[in-house]
Design a protein around this ligand. Structure first.
Ligand code: SF4
Length: 79
């Protein structure tokens, strides 16, 4: 499995986001080393770019990522 392209600069991968140590390790293996397609941070990064990824968004928050993506695509002029 390929590593996530965001590894070098991702605050989660670099351990800059608070998380219980063992859970953080598990997430890094699960998401960062092959499972980035279902990582919430990666989902937002891929669609909207790095500046749009909230600093407190965790990899397992896919539903929050989907809300962010839906809000970004919402066009009030078409409501
Ligand atoms: S998979 Fe998610 S948490 Fe891991 S490096 Fe990529 S963007 Fe960051």
């Amino acid at each position: 499995m390929a590593d996530c392209e965001c590894l070098p600069s991702c605050p989660f991968f670099k351990g800059e986001m608070a998380i219980e140590e063992e859970l953080g390790k598990t997430y890094r293996v699960y998401y960062c080393h092959g499972g980035m397609a279902i990582c919430a941070r990666y989902m937002v990064f891929q669609e909207l770019g790095k500046p749009s990824v909230p600093p407190d968004l965790y990899p397992d928050q896919a539903s929050r990522a989907k809300q962010i993506l839906a809000a970004a695509k919402y066009d009030p002029s078409k409501a």
